[in-house]
Design a protein around this ligand. Structure first.
Ligand SMILES: [Zn+2]
Length: 411
Protein backbone atom coordinates (compact mmCIF):
# COMPACT_ATOMS: atom_id res chain seq x y z
CA UNK A 1 0.00 0.00 0.00
CA UNK A 2 2.93 2.25 0.62
CA UNK A 3 3.74 1.82 -3.05
CA UNK A 4 0.15 2.70 -3.83
CA UNK A 5 0.39 5.91 -1.89
CA UNK A 6 3.61 6.80 -3.59
CA UNK A 7 2.04 6.10 -6.93
CA UNK A 8 -0.96 8.18 -5.97
CA UNK A 9 1.44 10.94 -5.03
CA UNK A 10 3.11 10.73 -8.40
CA UNK A 11 -0.23 10.93 -10.14
CA UNK A 12 -1.03 13.83 -7.85
CA UNK A 13 2.15 15.54 -8.86
CA UNK A 14 1.18 14.98 -12.48
CA UNK A 15 -2.20 16.50 -11.74
CA UNK A 16 -0.59 19.46 -10.06
CA UNK A 17 1.53 19.84 -13.15
CA UNK A 18 -1.48 19.71 -15.36
CA UNK A 19 -3.27 22.25 -13.20
CA UNK A 20 -0.18 24.33 -13.40
CA UNK A 21 -1.11 24.96 -16.99
CA UNK A 22 -4.05 26.85 -15.61
CA UNK A 23 -2.57 28.24 -12.43
CA UNK A 24 0.92 29.21 -13.45
CA UNK A 25 -0.26 32.07 -15.58
CA UNK A 26 -1.97 33.87 -12.75
CA UNK A 27 -0.56 32.38 -9.64
CA UNK A 28 -3.73 32.40 -7.61
CA UNK A 29 -7.05 30.66 -7.47
CA UNK A 30 -9.57 33.50 -7.61
CA UNK A 31 -8.38 34.42 -11.09
CA UNK A 32 -8.80 30.84 -12.18
CA UNK A 33 -12.28 30.85 -10.74
CA UNK A 34 -13.08 33.88 -12.80
CA UNK A 35 -12.35 31.89 -15.94
CA UNK A 36 -15.00 29.36 -15.10
CA UNK A 37 -18.78 29.59 -15.16
CA UNK A 38 -20.16 31.12 -11.97
CA UNK A 39 -20.55 28.78 -9.06
CA UNK A 40 -23.58 29.82 -7.01
CA UNK A 41 -22.38 28.08 -3.85
CA UNK A 42 -18.92 29.57 -4.13
CA UNK A 43 -20.30 33.04 -4.63
CA UNK A 44 -22.52 32.58 -1.64
CA UNK A 45 -19.55 32.05 0.63
CA UNK A 46 -17.63 35.06 -0.52
CA UNK A 47 -20.55 37.45 -0.77
CA UNK A 48 -22.65 36.29 2.13
CA UNK A 49 -25.65 35.76 -0.14
CA UNK A 50 -27.61 32.69 0.83
CA UNK A 51 -26.65 29.75 -1.35
CA UNK A 52 -29.04 27.89 -3.56
CA UNK A 53 -31.29 26.15 -1.06
CA UNK A 54 -31.50 22.44 -0.85
CA UNK A 55 -35.01 21.10 -1.31
CA UNK A 56 -37.01 21.32 1.82
CA UNK A 57 -38.04 17.87 2.99
CA UNK A 58 -41.66 18.13 2.00
CA UNK A 59 -42.47 14.45 2.18
CA UNK A 60 -40.12 13.09 4.75
CA UNK A 61 -39.94 9.31 4.81
CA UNK A 62 -41.66 9.09 1.45
CA UNK A 63 -40.09 6.96 -1.24
CA UNK A 64 -38.98 8.69 -4.38
CA UNK A 65 -37.16 5.72 -5.76
CA UNK A 66 -36.40 2.37 -4.30
CA UNK A 67 -33.28 1.90 -6.39
CA UNK A 68 -32.74 -1.79 -6.05
CA UNK A 69 -34.10 -4.97 -4.62
CA UNK A 70 -30.68 -6.28 -3.82
CA UNK A 71 -29.53 -6.83 -0.30
CA UNK A 72 -26.97 -4.13 -0.07
CA UNK A 73 -25.59 -3.67 3.39
CA UNK A 74 -23.07 -5.97 4.98
CA UNK A 75 -21.32 -5.42 8.23
CA UNK A 76 -17.59 -5.58 7.86
CA UNK A 77 -16.52 -4.05 11.13
CA UNK A 78 -16.72 -5.69 14.49
CA UNK A 79 -14.85 -8.14 16.63
CA UNK A 80 -11.84 -9.61 14.90
CA UNK A 81 -12.75 -12.76 13.06
CA UNK A 82 -10.46 -15.62 12.32
CA UNK A 83 -13.03 -17.48 10.28
CA UNK A 84 -13.03 -15.09 7.37
CA UNK A 85 -16.64 -14.10 7.85
CA UNK A 86 -18.20 -10.88 9.01
CA UNK A 87 -19.01 -10.70 12.67
CA UNK A 88 -21.30 -8.35 14.46
CA UNK A 89 -19.81 -5.48 16.36
CA UNK A 90 -20.89 -5.17 19.93
CA UNK A 91 -22.83 -1.91 19.89
CA UNK A 92 -21.00 -0.64 22.92
CA UNK A 93 -17.53 -1.45 21.72
CA UNK A 94 -15.93 1.28 19.60
CA UNK A 95 -13.77 -0.02 16.79
CA UNK A 96 -11.40 2.85 16.39
CA UNK A 97 -11.58 5.07 19.37
CA UNK A 98 -9.90 4.07 22.52
CA UNK A 99 -6.79 2.17 23.13
CA UNK A 100 -8.38 1.25 26.45
CA UNK A 101 -11.05 -0.74 24.65
CA UNK A 102 -8.47 -2.77 22.78
CA UNK A 103 -5.90 -5.30 23.91
CA UNK A 104 -2.74 -3.37 24.65
CA UNK A 105 -0.64 -5.37 22.21
CA UNK A 106 -3.00 -4.84 19.30
CA UNK A 107 -3.23 -1.25 18.05
CA UNK A 108 -6.82 -0.34 17.14
CA UNK A 109 -6.31 0.69 13.52
CA UNK A 110 -4.54 -2.57 12.74
CA UNK A 111 -7.36 -4.48 14.32
CA UNK A 112 -9.99 -2.69 12.25
CA UNK A 113 -8.01 -3.26 9.10
CA UNK A 114 -7.56 -6.94 9.86
CA UNK A 115 -11.19 -7.38 10.66
CA UNK A 116 -12.32 -5.72 7.50
CA UNK A 117 -9.84 -7.58 5.37
CA UNK A 118 -10.91 -10.88 6.80
CA UNK A 119 -14.55 -10.10 6.44
CA UNK A 120 -14.27 -9.00 2.84
CA UNK A 121 -13.65 -11.37 -0.03
CA UNK A 122 -10.59 -10.06 -1.76
CA UNK A 123 -11.59 -9.11 -5.29
CA UNK A 124 -8.01 -8.93 -6.42
CA UNK A 125 -4.72 -10.64 -5.82
CA UNK A 126 -3.78 -7.99 -3.29
CA UNK A 127 -1.78 -9.40 -0.39
CA UNK A 128 -3.22 -9.41 3.11
CA UNK A 129 -2.59 -6.18 5.02
CA UNK A 130 0.18 -7.73 7.09
CA UNK A 131 2.27 -8.52 4.01
CA UNK A 132 4.47 -5.72 2.76
CA UNK A 133 3.80 -4.88 -0.88
CA UNK A 134 6.77 -5.04 -3.19
CA UNK A 135 8.46 -1.67 -3.48
CA UNK A 136 8.24 0.42 -6.65
CA UNK A 137 5.57 -1.78 -8.19
CA UNK A 138 2.40 -0.37 -9.76
CA UNK A 139 -0.28 0.45 -7.19
CA UNK A 140 -2.27 -2.63 -6.24
CA UNK A 141 -5.95 -2.62 -7.08
CA UNK A 142 -7.68 -1.12 -4.06
CA UNK A 143 -9.69 -3.22 -1.70
CA UNK A 144 -12.48 -1.96 0.51
CA UNK A 145 -10.11 -2.17 3.47
CA UNK A 146 -8.18 0.73 1.96
CA UNK A 147 -10.78 3.20 3.08
CA UNK A 148 -10.22 2.24 6.69
CA UNK A 149 -6.63 3.26 6.63
CA UNK A 150 -5.57 6.37 8.39
CA UNK A 151 -3.39 7.50 11.22
CA UNK A 152 -3.59 5.58 14.48
CA UNK A 153 -5.96 6.92 17.08
CA UNK A 154 -4.10 8.45 20.00
CA UNK A 155 -7.05 9.87 21.90
CA UNK A 156 -8.17 7.36 24.53
CA UNK A 157 -11.42 9.27 25.05
CA UNK A 158 -12.30 9.64 21.38
CA UNK A 159 -15.76 9.18 19.98
CA UNK A 160 -14.35 6.72 17.46
CA UNK A 161 -16.13 4.44 15.00
CA UNK A 162 -18.39 1.77 16.46
CA UNK A 163 -19.24 -0.07 13.25
CA UNK A 164 -18.06 -0.28 9.67
CA UNK A 165 -20.59 -1.30 7.08
CA UNK A 166 -19.97 -2.24 3.50
CA UNK A 167 -22.48 -1.31 0.81
CA UNK A 168 -23.04 -3.46 -2.25
CA UNK A 169 -23.84 -0.71 -4.73
CA UNK A 170 -25.12 -3.03 -7.46
CA UNK A 171 -28.18 -1.46 -9.07
CA UNK A 172 -27.75 1.91 -7.32
CA UNK A 173 -29.45 1.38 -3.97
CA UNK A 174 -30.56 4.60 -2.29
CA UNK A 175 -30.03 5.57 1.36
CA UNK A 176 -31.36 8.37 3.50
CA UNK A 177 -35.00 8.42 4.48
CA UNK A 178 -35.57 11.90 3.16
CA UNK A 179 -35.83 10.26 -0.26
CA UNK A 180 -35.19 6.51 -0.02
CA UNK A 181 -36.97 4.15 2.27
CA UNK A 182 -35.87 0.70 1.32
CA UNK A 183 -32.74 0.14 3.37
CA UNK A 184 -33.01 0.98 7.04
CA UNK A 185 -29.62 -0.28 8.15
CA UNK A 186 -28.72 1.97 11.06
CA UNK A 187 -29.39 0.86 14.61
CA UNK A 188 -30.85 3.15 17.22
CA UNK A 189 -28.29 5.78 18.19
CA UNK A 190 -26.10 5.26 15.13
CA UNK A 191 -24.92 8.19 13.04
CA UNK A 192 -23.24 8.46 9.64
CA UNK A 193 -21.53 11.80 9.07
CA UNK A 194 -21.33 13.13 5.52
CA UNK A 195 -19.63 16.30 4.29
CA UNK A 196 -20.37 17.87 0.90
CA UNK A 197 -19.04 20.44 -1.56
CA UNK A 198 -15.34 20.48 -0.63
CA UNK A 199 -12.47 20.31 -0.86
CA UNK A 200 -11.94 23.87 0.28
CA UNK A 201 -9.01 25.60 1.97
CA UNK A 202 -9.20 26.08 5.73
CA UNK A 203 -12.66 24.56 6.10
CA UNK A 204 -11.99 21.03 4.87
CA UNK A 205 -8.70 20.76 6.81
CA UNK A 206 -10.48 22.03 9.93
CA UNK A 207 -13.14 19.36 9.55
CA UNK A 208 -10.44 16.75 8.99
CA UNK A 209 -8.67 17.81 12.16
CA UNK A 210 -11.85 17.63 14.20
CA UNK A 211 -12.60 14.15 12.88
CA UNK A 212 -9.03 12.99 13.47
CA UNK A 213 -9.06 14.33 17.03
CA UNK A 214 -12.07 12.11 17.71
CA UNK A 215 -10.86 9.18 15.56
CA UNK A 216 -14.05 9.43 13.51
CA UNK A 217 -14.44 8.44 9.88
CA UNK A 218 -16.91 10.20 7.60
CA UNK A 219 -18.04 10.19 3.97
CA UNK A 220 -17.18 13.16 1.76
CA UNK A 221 -18.90 14.23 -1.45
CA UNK A 222 -16.57 16.75 -3.10
CA UNK A 223 -17.44 18.84 -6.16
CA UNK A 224 -15.37 18.09 -9.26
CA UNK A 225 -14.41 21.69 -9.91
CA UNK A 226 -13.31 22.15 -6.32
CA UNK A 227 -11.22 19.01 -6.62
CA UNK A 228 -9.52 20.51 -9.64
CA UNK A 229 -8.65 23.63 -7.62
CA UNK A 230 -7.48 21.79 -4.51
CA UNK A 231 -6.50 18.21 -5.30
CA UNK A 232 -3.99 18.22 -2.47
CA UNK A 233 -6.75 18.81 0.08
CA UNK A 234 -8.76 15.95 -1.37
CA UNK A 235 -5.74 13.71 -0.99
CA UNK A 236 -5.61 14.68 2.69
CA UNK A 237 -9.19 13.46 3.00
CA UNK A 238 -8.25 10.15 1.39
CA UNK A 239 -5.09 9.80 3.45
CA UNK A 240 -7.08 10.19 6.64
CA UNK A 241 -9.08 7.11 5.69
CA UNK A 242 -12.42 8.72 4.97
CA UNK A 243 -14.77 7.45 2.29
CA UNK A 244 -15.05 9.71 -0.75
CA UNK A 245 -18.02 9.61 -3.12
CA UNK A 246 -18.77 11.94 -6.01
CA UNK A 247 -21.05 14.97 -6.27
CA UNK A 248 -20.88 15.96 -9.97
CA UNK A 249 -18.44 18.25 -11.70
CA UNK A 250 -20.35 21.53 -11.55
CA UNK A 251 -22.95 21.07 -8.78
CA UNK A 252 -25.79 22.09 -11.03
CA UNK A 253 -29.34 20.82 -10.71
CA UNK A 254 -29.37 17.59 -12.73
CA UNK A 255 -33.16 17.65 -12.95
CA UNK A 256 -32.89 20.64 -15.28
CA UNK A 257 -30.55 18.88 -17.69
CA UNK A 258 -30.99 16.40 -20.51
CA UNK A 259 -29.78 12.92 -19.68
CA UNK A 260 -26.71 13.47 -21.83
CA UNK A 261 -25.83 16.69 -20.04
CA UNK A 262 -26.38 15.06 -16.68
CA UNK A 263 -24.17 12.13 -17.62
CA UNK A 264 -21.38 14.53 -18.51
CA UNK A 265 -21.68 16.31 -15.16
CA UNK A 266 -21.82 13.07 -13.18
CA UNK A 267 -18.98 11.38 -15.04
CA UNK A 268 -16.69 14.39 -15.07
CA UNK A 269 -17.10 14.45 -11.29
CA UNK A 270 -15.98 10.84 -11.21
CA UNK A 271 -13.08 11.56 -13.56
CA UNK A 272 -11.93 14.47 -11.39
CA UNK A 273 -11.85 12.19 -8.35
CA UNK A 274 -10.01 9.46 -10.20
CA UNK A 275 -7.47 11.94 -11.51
CA UNK A 276 -6.81 13.46 -8.10
CA UNK A 277 -6.66 10.18 -6.19
CA UNK A 278 -4.92 8.14 -8.84
CA UNK A 279 -7.13 5.12 -8.48
CA UNK A 280 -10.69 3.92 -8.98
CA UNK A 281 -13.12 5.50 -6.57
CA UNK A 282 -15.81 4.53 -4.10
CA UNK A 283 -19.08 4.19 -6.06
CA UNK A 284 -21.15 6.52 -3.88
CA UNK A 285 -22.96 9.56 -5.23
CA UNK A 286 -24.94 12.42 -3.77
CA UNK A 287 -27.20 14.47 -6.03
CA UNK A 288 -26.62 18.24 -5.91
CA UNK A 289 -29.48 19.98 -4.13
CA UNK A 290 -30.87 16.52 -3.31
CA UNK A 291 -32.81 16.53 -6.55
CA UNK A 292 -33.08 13.01 -7.92
CA UNK A 293 -34.29 12.89 -11.53
CA UNK A 294 -35.41 9.31 -12.31
CA UNK A 295 -33.53 9.16 -15.60
CA UNK A 296 -30.25 9.90 -13.84
CA UNK A 297 -31.06 7.39 -11.11
CA UNK A 298 -31.55 4.83 -13.88
CA UNK A 299 -28.17 5.75 -15.34
CA UNK A 300 -26.51 5.35 -11.94
CA UNK A 301 -28.15 1.94 -11.66
CA UNK A 302 -26.32 0.97 -14.85
CA UNK A 303 -23.10 2.23 -13.29
CA UNK A 304 -23.82 0.47 -9.96
CA UNK A 305 -23.41 3.62 -7.90
CA UNK A 306 -24.97 3.84 -4.44
CA UNK A 307 -26.98 7.02 -3.88
CA UNK A 308 -26.89 8.79 -0.55
CA UNK A 309 -29.58 11.24 0.36
CA UNK A 310 -29.92 12.15 4.03
CA UNK A 311 -31.93 11.50 7.16
CA UNK A 312 -30.87 14.66 8.93
CA UNK A 313 -30.20 17.77 6.90
CA UNK A 314 -28.21 20.21 9.00
CA UNK A 315 -29.06 23.15 6.70
CA UNK A 316 -25.63 24.38 7.74
CA UNK A 317 -25.31 26.34 4.49
CA UNK A 318 -28.24 28.48 5.63
CA UNK A 319 -27.71 28.54 9.36
CA UNK A 320 -23.96 29.22 9.35
CA UNK A 321 -23.78 29.94 13.08
CA UNK A 322 -21.74 27.05 14.53
CA UNK A 323 -23.73 26.78 17.77
CA UNK A 324 -27.03 26.74 15.93
CA UNK A 325 -25.74 24.11 13.50
CA UNK A 326 -24.84 21.83 16.41
CA UNK A 327 -28.14 22.48 18.17
CA UNK A 328 -30.13 21.77 15.03
CA UNK A 329 -28.40 18.47 14.29
CA UNK A 330 -28.66 17.27 17.89
CA UNK A 331 -32.35 18.18 18.05
CA UNK A 332 -33.11 16.24 14.86
CA UNK A 333 -31.08 13.28 16.07
CA UNK A 334 -33.05 13.27 19.27
CA UNK A 335 -36.25 13.23 17.27
CA UNK A 336 -35.26 10.49 14.82
CA UNK A 337 -32.89 8.54 17.04
CA UNK A 338 -30.31 7.87 14.32
CA UNK A 339 -29.44 8.89 10.81
CA UNK A 340 -27.23 9.96 7.95
CA UNK A 341 -26.32 13.58 8.70
CA UNK A 342 -25.73 16.01 5.83
CA UNK A 343 -23.11 18.69 6.49
CA UNK A 344 -20.82 20.77 4.24
CA UNK A 345 -17.08 20.86 4.78
CA UNK A 346 -17.18 23.75 2.31
CA UNK A 347 -18.87 25.93 4.93
CA UNK A 348 -16.88 27.89 7.48
CA UNK A 349 -19.59 27.58 10.11
CA UNK A 350 -19.57 23.81 9.76
CA UNK A 351 -15.81 23.66 10.09
CA UNK A 352 -16.13 25.59 13.34
CA UNK A 353 -19.08 23.50 14.52
CA UNK A 354 -17.61 20.05 13.93
CA UNK A 355 -15.53 19.71 17.14
CA UNK A 356 -18.52 20.61 19.32
CA UNK A 357 -20.86 18.42 17.27
CA UNK A 358 -18.58 15.43 17.82
CA UNK A 359 -18.29 16.22 21.52
CA UNK A 360 -22.07 16.33 21.88
CA UNK A 361 -22.53 13.13 19.90
CA UNK A 362 -20.19 11.42 22.33
CA UNK A 363 -21.75 13.00 25.40
CA UNK A 364 -25.18 11.82 24.28
CA UNK A 365 -24.10 8.27 23.57
CA UNK A 366 -24.38 8.28 19.77
CA UNK A 367 -22.24 5.81 17.79
CA UNK A 368 -20.48 6.54 14.54
CA UNK A 369 -20.89 4.20 11.58
CA UNK A 370 -18.36 4.31 8.78
CA UNK A 371 -19.70 3.51 5.31
CA UNK A 372 -17.56 1.68 2.81
CA UNK A 373 -18.33 0.13 -0.55
CA UNK A 374 -17.86 -3.46 -1.64
CA UNK A 375 -16.60 -2.52 -5.09
CA UNK A 376 -14.85 0.35 -6.81
CA UNK A 377 -15.79 2.24 -9.93
CA UNK A 378 -13.50 3.52 -12.60
CA UNK A 379 -13.90 6.67 -14.62
CA UNK A 380 -14.75 6.45 -18.32
CA UNK A 381 -12.09 7.49 -20.87
CA UNK A 382 -14.51 9.68 -22.81
CA UNK A 383 -15.12 11.87 -19.77
CA UNK A 384 -11.48 11.77 -18.68
CA UNK A 385 -10.74 13.40 -22.02
CA UNK A 386 -13.43 16.03 -21.52
CA UNK A 387 -11.97 16.79 -18.13
CA UNK A 388 -8.48 17.08 -19.56
CA UNK A 389 -9.77 19.69 -22.01
CA UNK A 390 -11.37 21.64 -19.17
CA UNK A 391 -8.09 21.60 -17.31
CA UNK A 392 -6.47 23.39 -20.23
CA UNK A 393 -8.64 26.46 -20.25
CA UNK A 394 -7.08 29.24 -22.26
CA UNK A 395 -5.70 31.95 -20.04
CA UNK A 396 -5.64 35.60 -20.89
CA UNK A 397 -2.03 36.10 -19.95
CA UNK A 398 -0.42 35.13 -23.21
CA UNK A 399 1.78 32.57 -21.49
CA UNK A 400 3.89 35.19 -19.72
CA UNK A 401 5.24 34.32 -16.28
CA UNK A 402 3.50 35.95 -13.33
CA UNK A 403 6.58 37.95 -12.45
CA UNK A 404 6.35 39.76 -15.77
CA UNK A 405 2.61 40.38 -15.37
CA UNK A 406 2.40 41.40 -11.71
CA UNK A 407 4.90 43.36 -9.71
CA UNK A 408 4.84 45.12 -6.39
CA UNK A 409 4.97 48.88 -6.84
CA UNK A 410 4.27 49.96 -3.29
CA UNK A 411 4.14 48.13 0.00
ZN1 LIG B 1 -23.65 19.90 -2.60
Amino acid sequence: MRAGLIAAGLVGAALAGSLGIVFAQRGDIPDVLSLLPPLPWAESESTGVAPQPILEPQSRRSVLSSGSDAVVVAEVGGAASTAGTATSAKPDTPLIPTTAAMPAADPPPKKVSQSAAQATPAPTAAPPPAAAPPPASPPPAPTPADVMKGPPCTNPNALGVSRVVEIDTTGAPGFGFEHFKQHDFLREGEVVLTFDDGPWPRNTPAVLKALADQCVKATFFPIGKHISYHPEILRQVAKAGHTIGSHTWSHKDLSKMSLEEAKVDVEKGVSALKLALGQPITPFFRFPLLKHPPKVLAYLADRNVGVLSTDIDSFDFKIRNPNRIVKGVMAKLKRYGKGIVLLHDFQRGTAKATPELLAQLKANGYKIVHLTAKDRMDSLPKYDEMLAKDMKLPTAGGGRPTSSVVKTVAE
